[in-house]
Design a binder for this molecule. Structure first.
Ligand code: CO
Length: 134
């Protein structure tokens, strides 16, 4: 059911330093920081030939990234995002398999303006999985 790997999201304590590493040391195409207050993060998008990396940094008081950084002070992989053709069909298939969909189960509009859902990491080998209708 899942298609392409859309992106890997990495929570970082220092967005400037992380962006500089990807731009300079690794020679990647790196965007300017983009505040996304509705998601509680500032994002730097990194375009690779076959996928994207998103560097996430907390924005605001109730950022969903802050608790992760408290547990992982040097940063780490926060989630991976797979593309699906139909987000509602994907949600129903996950529920039918007994997998937990986070939140109220309704897709939200994600960082790319497309509907997304998150699946419980304990149901997927310790990895927070985002599904995005591509
Ligand atoms: Co994501």
């Amino acid at each position: 059911m899942i298609g392409r790997l859309n992106h890997v999201a990495i929570a970082v304590p220092d967005l400037e330093a992380a962006a500089a590493d990807y731009r300079g040391t690794l020679g990647a195409k790196v965007s300017d920081p983009l505040p996304q207050p509705e998601h509680g993060v500032t994002v730097v998008f990194i375009e690779l030939p076959n996928t994207k990396i998103e560097l996430l940094h907390p924005l605001g008081e109730k950022s969903p990234i802050q608790a992760f950084l408290d547990k992982n002070p040097s940063g780490g992989i926060h989630h991976i995002c797979y593309e699906v053709e139909d987000i509602l069909a994907a949600r129903d298939a996950m529920k039918a398999e007994g997998k937990r969909v986070l939140g109220n189960g309704d897709p939200k509009i994600g960082a790319h303006g497309k509907p997304v859902l998150f699946l419980h990491p304990k149901d997927f080998t310790g990895t927070l999985v985002e599904l995005e209708q591509a």
